[in-house]
Design a protein around this ligand. Structure first.
Ligand code: AMP
Length: 282
């Protein structure tokens, strides 16, 4: 695996690969890697000639400065895991490499309805920061395929909208959520949980499954109320949202809607760690 820290050196290298018609798969991450990230690397390796992984903890997408400060950094282990997984290139830039003109977001990305719902509502500015960094990374790497996780459900829709607006030809591939044996969705933030909290945190997946089992049998508000009570009883201290939406648009489900894909999404705190998860209902 080759490690690049400079954008121009990476670009120069990748240009040469492109001349040789090698297809490029790209897996952007914020590091503190786990099996979920590695499943994206695996997918990319199967579908592209060259797999580029980036590790960059993007300061502009953190609305909570404390969350940024506490974000786990495990670079040595990340390198070890990536080497083992067969990734070809790791892009590991410093902040000034990504933002040579500073971290202010001067451009507003039009995300429409997606901007201020769910994650956008509870993390103001978050998706503007995500678009800012993804745009820059895509300009540097210019991949053929981009690998994203369903774990960040709304982020996938946001990035697809960005790619569409930029009018670039990148195929987006979405990987299923990797889970711990107790059902907890793998996340870098899980490293901040104690062993007891990790056990309790599985309730988020259980609550999603409860919704799935009761879907069609109970009213929407009752489904959300039951899930909320379940989470609070299990030890979650605060719930940002429990929503059931159209999976293609994240818009509310119309009464009697048929033939649409439906997703349940939850964001909730255990201790001071905010966890998100989702489950396709049908
Ligand atoms: P992050 O490092 O959290 O920004 O995540 C980088 C990429 O990995 C994103 O596309 C995430 O959606 C994806 N990802 C994170 N957790 C998981 C998981 N448990 N399973 C599959 N993909 C994941």
């Amino acid at each position: 695996m080759i490690i690049f820290k400079k954008a121009n050196e990476l670009q120069e290298y990748l240009q040469k690969q492109k001349v040789n018609n090698r297809s490029i798969g790209f897996v952007p991450t914020m590091g503190a890697l786990h099996e979920g990230h590695l499943s994206l690397v695996d997918l990319s390796k199967k579908n592209s000639d060259l797999t580029v992984v980036s590790i960059f903890v993007n300061p502009t997408q953190f609305n909570d400065p404390k969350d940024y400060q506490l974000y786990p950094i495990t670079i040595e282990n990340d390198c070890f895991l990536l080497e083992k997984s067969g990734a070809d290139i790791l892009f590991l830039p410093y902040v000034n490499e990504i933002y040579p003109n500073g971290t202010d977001i001067n451009k507003h990305f039009d995300l429409g309805y997606l901007e201020n719902i769910l994650e956008g509502l509870y993390r103001p500015g978050h998706f503007q920061g995500v678009c800012q960094v993804v745009k820059r990374l895509l300009e540097i790497v210019q991949p053929d395929k981009l690998y994203l996780g369903q774990k960040d459900f709304q982020q996938v829709l946001v990035i697809k909208k960005l790619i569409n607006a930029l009018n670039i030809n990148i195929h987006t591939i979405v990987a299923p959520i990797k889970r711990e044996s107790n059902g907890l969705a793998m996340s870098s933030r899980n490293m901040r949980l104690s062993e007891t909290e990790r056990q309790k945190a599985a309730a988020i997946f259980e609550a999603l499954n409860m919704i799935k089992n009761d879907w069609g049998k109970k009213e929407m508000n009752q489904l959300k109320k039951d899930a909320s009570e379940y989470l609070l009883k299990a030890g979650f201290e605060k719930i940002d949202y429990i929503e059931i939406c159209n999976a293609d648009s994240l818009k509310p489900i119309e009464a009697n809607a048929t033939n649409i894909k439906v997703v349940a999404l939850i964001a909730a705190f255990i201790g001071n760690v905010r966890l998100i998860d989702n489950l396709i209902l049908y």
